[in-house]
Write a protein that binds this ligand. Structure first.
Ligand code: AMP
Length: 428
């Protein structure tokens, strides 16, 4: 199948050729004809499948078909809701790229950026708004935006929006847009909660489901290192240095953990930056830019901040902490091995996280390959009877790990050497 067969306008076909796309991806093959035919669509598709183009191309086609050049100011006819600022910027960039030969204008409405500038842009008029729910509500409350003429609605990464507690905001927004519209819901996972959202938002939807081709099977090498928590950072620095990695995305659980690891890696001589929700939009953009252009080697990120990042050909992903939600494992490692490129996804797992590993493996229905010789004394990743909770120690009041094993000592015969040695040998 080719893009020409969809009946997309010349302007869009030209943009697709400019991008070097030769044939539509599976989600594009399934979704584009349905959306062009005016159907509501519920699509189960992750980042990396080409999902953005699968809704952006037909959306632009439909809007351009009935575009009235004389309409001044422009009225907002399409709303794309996404969970994070980064994803909003990326989707808006796709709208711009695919719509570069069309007269349509898009605005981005996200938190962390000047609301007055956004207000001016909105007053100036646009055809498409790409928004995160919170800031959109701010504009609604300030009467800066009119959603009464919306013809097309897209909810992208809807599962993440629910995880982030956006359901009340989504309901509020829905109450302001016309019932008569075309709605598209994209979600990496199609859970019962997503189905129930679909029932509320979509009209007789057609369901489309694709998995990222070979996502976790062929082109991504997955490895689990069983290692005591306190040696994780040392092992990570060693991996980066000894393998001469030039670009690695590292996932941690908390914002604080991201900052701490950033500092530790910098102290190990590794050019590192962190990306998390406590950073200003400017700092987040800068971190991403530095990572993309190679100024930093390592980007330490939390799940929320990393959601939707589109970094092509990312060779290495490391789970420094395992995700609390098993599905996030799939999102995380989906950052590597895109578009058929090969990648490695390494998980550093301490005994306290064994139950999280078990949950991931239950979701994937397969065991992740263990690295037998980690260079450290082996630790058991057997699941103990219950998930461990951080509980205060009765006598000291300090946090304690129930069931946690005593830290294993390094054998001394292991690969990792001292930090200084590695730093010097890497010349950093
Ligand atoms: P997405 O799933 O929207 O995050 O897209 C993932 C990546 O695939 C992006 O870098 C797109 O530019 C790229 N892409 C989208 N559609 C195609 C296609 N038909 N052929 C090749 N690459 C594509």
């Amino acid at each position: 199948m080719s893009f020409e067969q969809f009946g997309l306008s010349e302007a869009l076909l030209k943009a697709v050729i400019d991008q070097g796309y030769t044939k539509p991806t599976p989600v594009q093959q399934q979704s584009i004809p349905l959306i062009l035919a005016g159907k509501d669509v519920l699509a189960g598709a992750q980042t990396g499948t080409g999902k953005t183009a699968s809704f952006t191309l037909p959306l632009l086609h439909r809007l351009a078909e009935n575009f009235d050049i004389k309409q001044k100011p422009r009225i907002i006819r399409a709303l794309i809701l996404v969970p994070t600022r980064e994803l909003a910027l990326q989707v808006a960039e796709s709208v711009k790229v695919y719509g570069c030969h069309l007269p349509l204008r898009a605005e981005v409405v996200v938190g962390g950026a000047s609301i007055s500038q956004q207000t001016r842009n909105l007053r100036h008029g646009c055809d498409i708004v790409v928004a995160t729910p919170g800031r959109l509500i701010d504009h609604i409350n300030q009467r800066n935006i009119n959603l009464s003429q919306i013809e097309m609605l897209v909810l992208d990464e809807a599962d993440r929006m629910l995880d982030m507690g956006f359901l009340p905001d989504i309901r509020k927004i829905m109450a302001l847009i016309p019932k008569q519209r075309q709605s598209l819901l994209f979600s990496a996972t199609v859970s019962n909660a997503i189905r129930s959202l679909a029932v509320q938002l979509l009209n007789n939807p057609v369901e489309v489901a694709v998995s990222r081709p070979n996502a976790t099977a062929n082109n991504i090498t997955e490895q689990v290192y069983g290692i005591a928590r306190e040696y994780k950072r040392e092992l990570l620095s060693y991996m980066i240095g000894s393998n001469n990695w030039q670009q690695v995305l590292i996932f941690v659980r908390t914002r604080h953990g991201a900052d701490r690891l950033e500092q530790q890696l910098i102290a190990d001589g590794i050019r590192t930056t962190a990306l998390h929700g406590d950073k200003t939009q400017g700092a987040r953009n800068k971190a991403l830019e530095q990572f993309k252009n190679g100024k930093v080697i390592a980007l330490v990120a939390t799940d929320v901040a990393a959601r939707g990042l589109d970094i092509d050909d990312l060779p290495h992903v490391v789970n420094f902490d395992l995700p609390q939600v098993a599905e996030d494992y799939v999102h995380r490692i989906g950052r590597t091995g895109r578009a058929g490129a090969s990648g490695t996804a390494i998980s550093l797992v301490c005994p306290e996280e064994a139950y999280l590993l078990a949950q991931i493996e239950a979701l994937l229905k397969r065991q992740l390959p263990r690295v037998a010789d980690t260079g450290y004394e082996p630790v058991s990743l057997k699941v103990l009877d219950a998930p461990k909770k951080h509980v205060p120690n009765k006598t000291t009041g300090k946090k304690d790990y129930r069931h946690s094993k005593k830290p294993t000592a390094r054998t001394g015969t292991a690969k990792p050497g001292g930090n200084a040695g590695r730093r010097n040998s890497r010349g950093r």
